[in-house]
Design a protein around this ligand. Structure first.
Ligand code: FES
Length: 153
């Protein structure tokens, strides 16, 4: 049953018509036109759809939109400063040229951002642990880890 859902994304409050159980990912992409979060598996397993909810990493394909009233959702788009400056994590991924197809990278960047939000100086083990469940089908994990180290260094 569709009803009004209130959601705050990248600092802007929106009211959308959706069933409470609609995955946040669908609302972000289809209602709000944000394509930072990607649809990978739809099952909470790949990390392509990762966003921040109150600063913590969340898999938006597996979060019902109805749970988000009063919470702050941040997508990749929201990491960019108003003057267009990328977040240092984005810049590190650009500098490291970590992308092959790039589909997984937005989720990787959001996951590293979430790690840094709670741990400003993570070690190698903590970086690997944070990214362990973000999948990259191209197999560029070596470059991705280099980018993550650069972002955390
Ligand atoms: Fe959400 Fe894969 S699309 S974890």
């Amino acid at each position: 049953e569709r009803s009004m859902q209130e959601i705050t994304v990248n600092g802007t409050r929106h009211v959308v018509q959706a069933a409470a159980e609609t995955p946040l990912l669908y609302v972000l992409r289809n209602d709000l036109g944000l394509n930072g979060p990607k649809y990978g598996c739809g099952l909470g397993e790949c990390g392509a759809c990762t966003v921040l909810v109150d600063g913590r990493a969340a898999r938006s394909c597996s979060v019902p939109v109805g749970l988000l009233a009063g919470r702050a959702v941040t997508t990749l788009e929201g990491l960019v400063a108003p003057d267009g400056t990328p977040d240092p994590v984005q810049q590190a991924f650009i500098d490291a040229q970590a992308a092959q197809c790039g589909y997984c990278l937005n989720g990787m960047i959001m996951t590293v951002r979430a790690l840094l939000n709670v741990n400003p100086a993570p070690g190698e083990g903590e970086i690997r642990e944070a990214l362990r469940h973000n999948l990259c089908r191209c197999g560029t994990h070596v470059e991705i880890l280099q980018a993550a180290r650069r972002a955390c260094g």
